[in-house]
Design a protein around this ligand. Sequence first.
Ligand SMILES: [Zn+2]
Length: 202
Amino acid sequence: MLSGGTAHILHRDSRDLHTLTAFDLQSLPVRLTRDVGRYATGTVLAELMLRVAPAEPHPEGFLVLRDALRRLEEAEAPALEAVALERVWALVSALGFAPAVDRCVRDGRPLLPGEELAWSVSEGGALCDRCARGTEVTVLPPEGGAALRRLVRIEEGPLPRFDPKHAAAHRRLVARYVRHHLGEGAPLAALDFWQQRAWAPA
Ligand SMILES: [Zn+2]
């Protein structure tokens, strides 16, 4: 699981199943096993690829996944939560489900940094004041909105550092988004495990 390499497949037109004749291992991200959080994030990314990527080759998704596993191996422990969140959003975006964060998802009105951000899971992103009225939204305070802008890479700069409470809020945000837009109702066991930090004491 999570290792990279070249598969040699004997392709048979007449069958749905083909024969794997060899697998040349090129990367084995053993440092993901340094702690459960790293590995759990890696399995979320793999689950997304398996569940969402089309059957055809998807080089962009593959490159984002490969890069993410390397970053998760290398991240210093205090930065891990933010790196994990950024990489999950990066794969979500690469798979074609980028959220709207800097403009209203409904009417395109620009949303300014430094303000509260009204977030709608079902609409697929942020809403302006006018559209947020009468719609179910989660309101992020200015610093939460700024963190989200950075995580989805609308803005550059150093990644935010999250305390456990804010990390949990951001995990919940992206997990709800994934379930709504990518999950199609199917259970996402790795995502559940990661979102709840099921390995950590409550
Ligand atoms: Zn609007």
